[in-house]
Design a protein around this ligand. Structure first.
Ligand code: 2AM
Length: 476
């Protein structure tokens, strides 16, 4: 075979990835369960590069140079297993199967172990950037063996987004590391979107601005430290008017957010690993709550505060304070996300480079932002901080933002506008910096009802108080 790489699964993501590879000068074998898609790709886009269409799995495998590089772009789940089961028997030791879908990292670990037994490399690869990214340059997060990266990495780097001449692609680590990092990317994306949505809600309901004015404010923010893809598209969505009714688009869309599951996976994983990712969790919960139409209808009659919106003279100042609150909350959400990556890396021995993750998210993906340069700098230094919050520069930003941040959260509370992302982020900040937490009281309660014992601040060992008796303390 003469094709350097093959793509199977030619729905829009797979097709665009194949076209991206071909446009970069690689010879690409293409295959799909239903052959009409394969033919259609070559008919419509064949002039973009060199494609080798294959109707059968055997033809596809035969079209590839060795060691073979097969990219699987099917719906995550059973289809991935079906495709692996179909191709693995046709492959030879040293060949590679890359799964570019949104697989759960636990499935990737299982598949990698099974294929390794057969001498095959399995590369679980996170790809972010949607259809446009797949075609023009996504952010690529491959896991798997170093040998597989040596063979696949240059091809992937050639099609990835580029920032300052660097490709947004790096070897994340063994087995499930790539899909794990992609999962956390999506969790952070949920948090970032929720925070931006809260900022909008506050500007609208507390400051009294109309969507078009808020779009302008966001465009202004996008010139500064919040410069990011998500802020940019938010401004565009807010400025858009519905053609049919002439109303702001945001007012004609049903306010029930949907989700495909990667945010939920992030929170489930964080719970398992014991990492508090409250910002991401609140974002997942907020989407879930929005979809509970019956529950919301039942509760609509509950009273709220009777305070009015801000005086127009105070609105501009409030908008600046919201920018500060948004930035501070964003630092917290990202700090929590990185904490989870670090915990996963330790749990599974992945040795993930925390700075490199920030670097490859600067382009191609949904959370691409200027901000990520700072995270890369923070984790790339000689002594990386325990948390992003204590990095010297971010700590300075938080210190400068904390008063406006508190003001915005209090205003939201007073006026009855929910801001779970802003509040959870602030609570995390305050909890981490607290000298004493009421966890001491919780230990007392646990010891009272369940003799769960506690430790003391002044002596080593475990202790139990005889709560039902004379309340003397004994060593546990
Ligand atoms: P199809 O065109 O034959 O339906 C997205 O659904 C992509 O995944 C499509 O290319 C689809 O192929 C492919 N796909 C879904 N389930 C599959 C399976 N069980 N085996 C092979 N390809 C599958």
């Amino acid at each position: 075979g003469q094709a350097q790489i093959g793509v199977t699964g030619l729905a829009v993501m797979g097709r665009n990835l194949a076209r991206n590879l071909a446009r970069r000068g690689h010879t690409v074998a293409v295959h799909n369960r239903t052959a009409t898609r394969t033919r259609e790709l070559v008919e419509r886009f064949g002039q973009e590069g060199t494609f080798v269409p294959a109707e059968s799995a055997a033809d596809f495998v035969a079209a590839l140079e060795r060691p073979r590089r097969i990219v699987v772009m099917v719906k995550a789940g059973a289809a991935t297993d079906a495709v692996i089961d179909e191709f693995a028997p046709l492959l030879e030791p040293g060949d590679m199967i890359m799964d570019g879908g949104n697989a759960h990292y636990a499935d990737t670990r299982r598949r990698e172990a099974a294929l390794r037994e057969r001498g095959l490399h399995f590369v679980g690869c996170g790809i972010s950037g949607g259809e446009e990214g797949a075609l023009h340059g996504p952010s690529i997060m491959p896991g798997g063996s170093p040998e597989s990266y040596a063979a696949l990495g240059p091809l992937l780097e050639s099609i990835a987004a580029e920032v300052d001449g660097e490709p947004c692609c790096t070897h994340i680590g063994p087995d499930g590391a790539g899909h794990f990092v992609k999962m956390v990317h999506n969790g952070i994306e949920y948090a970032d979107m929720q925070l931006i949505a809260e900022a909008y809600d506050l500007l609208r309901r507390v400051a009294g601005y109309e969507p078009e004015r808020i779009a302008e404010i966001f465009r202004g923010w996008n010139e500064g430290r919040l410069d990011s893809y998500l802020i940019e598209i938010t401004a565009q969505v807010l400025a858009h008017r519905d053609a049919e009714t002439g109303r702001p688009f945001v007012d004609v869309v049903l306010d029930q957010a949907e989700q495909k599951g990667t945010g939920r996976w992030t929170v489930q994983t964080a719970l398992d690993l014991g990492v508090p990712v409250s910002g991401i969790a609140e974002a997942v919960f907020a989407r879930g709550l929005s979809g509970h139409a019956e529950l919301r209808a039942a509760a609509r009659s509950l009273p709220g505060p009777t305070r009015p919106t801000l005086h127009p003279d105070d609105a501009a100042r409030f908008a600046d304070q919201v920018e500060q609150a948004l930035y501070a909350s964003k630092i917290v959400a990202y700090a929590q996300g990185w904490q989870l990556i670090q915990a996963g890396s330790e749990e599974y021995g992945w040795n993930i480079d925390l700075a490199a993750v920030a670097a490859i998210w600067r382009g191609g993906c949904i959370i691409r932002a200027r901000f990520l340069n700072g995270i890369r700098r923070a984790f790339g230094g000689a002594e990386p901080p325990v948390t992003l919050l204590t990095d010297e520069l971010f700590a300075g930003d938080l210190a400068a933002a904390q008063n406006p941040w508190r003001h915005v959260v209090s205003r939201a509370t007073e006026l009855g506008v929910p801001a779970p992302g802003f509040s959870a982020a602030l609570a995390y900040y305050d909890a981490l910096r607290a000298e004493r937490l009421p966890a001491a009281l919780i230990q007392g309660q646990r010891d009272f009802f369940g003799a769960h014992t506690y430790q003391r601040v002044d002596r080593e060992g475990g202790f139990h108080t005889l709560w039902g008796g004379d309340r003397t303390e004994e060593r546990a």
